[in-house]
Design a protein around this ligand. Structure first.
Ligand code: 4AD
Ligand code: MG
Length: 454
């Protein structure tokens, strides 16, 4: 039985076995108390081993942190304060020892930096295990939300030839000899007959399906070879991208707000025990921060208004604020943490700093873009209404230096049965960061990939 179920249903006095890893052992006269965790929940089950039980001297007294074990025995109501049941052992089998001289995890708390050097062992700590349970629960909530709203999930390709964001941050996928010294790789002789790479976004492919199935979403791994060594960037991250036919920018913003509220509510309702750990050890204001997402309507401000607010604030920023330059993380956080003190949606950015696919506004200077900013995180969602007018799109692509031959399929979507549509992308790790309060994005994904590290 899983410890999670034992603690919940607690059928006292029943005989059973439990399997898990030793967290601690404490000896008393004639007893040993062993805390066992099996990963199913944050709480440990306390095993009481009496000196008379089988294998007490030969095994129990040799247990150390990290050993994998199976205890047989029976559950009893505990006389100790703060726990309802404990496990009275009658026998022990040790599956795997963890010699204390070399096992890197000890009883004490380790820094997250230290744990990043042992990514394969860190899930055995309370905090990383709790992050992963919350992450898993949120992934399920993503699917529930879209299912309830009649969205259809599309598995967009991981290998693609479209650089959606046009930022030149694609990793190339090739079977060509990497050691061949050539100035221009002969991609026509490559596996796909042309240059291909790992996707930076499933959006363009999702658009093709939205313009057939109406409401679709993708939820998959995304790769960016951007050299950003920050606490908010990964080279491999997971993104959720809904794409909706017959939606304009406002409808898309409303959906994004509902989506974030749903996910935060889900965490508060389903991950309470794990959230308590982060509230206690990582961020004392966690609950208040999460509650502002649910209770308040998100602030909405245009990019031009945001620039005015930032300029009038009297605040000095490392990056200067000027119309036509992108908002930096410090500006985003100032808007959401100091000015509005709640989630903030910034709309209608200058066309010149946004990708080719965003719909040009009537002023011909700005596009129907939106970013959702969260306190302590900054940008969590980026999206837009898409350019659905053939000529305008073709012009925008030419301006952006996009090779039209490569994107005829994308232009076809405007040639035949084009319709207004919109969508957005939510960075899944940034969501998990926001919900747990974890400071570094590398600690909310199992095996982080960042510049210089895979
Ligand atoms: O703003 P981005 O670049 O938008 C797109 O990719 C659109 N094609 C989405 C769409 O409209 N379908 O990325 C979306 C989100 C960001 O707001 C951020 O949360 C996350 O993806 N993100 C990253 N997360 C971790 N590491 C990185 N390097 C990230 N880059 C973007
Ligand atoms: Mg963005």
């Amino acid at each position: 039985m899983l410890i999670k179920d034992i603690l919940k249903t607690a059928p006292a006095d029943s005989s059973m076995e439990i399997k898990g890893w030793v967290r601690t052992r404490r000896d008393a006269k004639g007893f040993s108390f062993i805390e066992i965790n099996d990963g199913s929940c944050r709480l440990n089950l306390q095993v009481v081993a009496q000196s008379g039980m089988k294998n007490f001297d030969s095994l129990v007294l040799k247990l150390t942190t990290g050993c994998a074990v199976r205890f047989t025995g029976k559950l009893t109501s505990s006389p100790a304060k703060g726990q309802e049941v404990e496990f009275l052992a009658d026998d022990l089998e040790v599956y795997g020892w963890a010699p204390a001289e070399s096992y890197p995890l000890q009883k004490k708390r380790h820094s997250f930096e230290f744990l990043r050097d042992i990514n394969h062992l860190r899930p055995r700590t309370n905090s990383i295990a709790a992050v992963m349970r919350i992450r898993s629960s949120l992934a399920m909530a993503v699917h529930l939300f879209f299912h309830e709203q009649s969205f259809i999930q599309i598995h967009t390709p991981v290998i693609t030839t479209s650089d959606c964001e046009g930022a030149g941050e694609m990793f190339t996928v090739t079977t060509l000899d990497p050691l061949a010294k050539v100035s221009k790789p002969p991609y026509s002789a490559d596996f796909f007959g042309r240059q291909a790479g790992l996707t930076v976004s499933g959006q363009l492919e999702a658009e093709a399906y939205a313009l057939a199935l109406g409401r679709v979403y993708t939820f998959g791994p995304t790769f960016r070879a951007e050299n950003s060594n920050t606490s908010r960037h990964l080279a491999e991250f997971w993104m959720i991208e809904p794409e909706m036919a017959f939606f304009d920018l406002q409808m898309s913003i409303d959906l994004a707000e509902d989506f974030l509220k749903y996910l935060v509510n889900h965490a508060l309702d389903n991950c309470q025990e794990d959230l308590e750990l982060f509230e206690k050890f990582v961020d004392k204001n966690l609950r208040t921060r999460l509650e502002t997402v649910i209770t308040d309507k998100f602030a909405r401000v245009s990019y031009s208004e945001a620039i005015e607010i930032l300029n009038a604030s009297g605040q000095t920023f490392a990056y200067p604020v000027a119309w036509g330059t992108d908002l930096q993380s410090e500006h985003e956080r100032f808007l959401t943490e100091v000015v509005f003190k709640k989630p903030t949606v910034v709309t209608n950015y200058p066309a010149s700093i946004k990708p080719f696919y965003m719909r040009l506004n009537e002023d011909e200077n700005t596009v129907a873009a939106m970013d959702v900013l969260l306190p302590s995180i900054g940008e969590i969602i980026g999206g837009s209404q898409r350019e659905d007018r053939y000529e305008v799109l073709e012009n925008r692509m030419t301006e952006h230096g996009v090779d039209l031959d490569d994107y005829q399929w994308y232009l076809d979507l405007r040639r035949y049965g084009s319709a207004p549509h919109a969508g957005f992308g939510l960075g899944f790790e940034r969501l998990v960061q926001f919900i747990t309060g974890m400071a570094n994005i590398r600690d909310v994904i199992a095996f982080p990939r960042t510049p210089g590290r895979a």
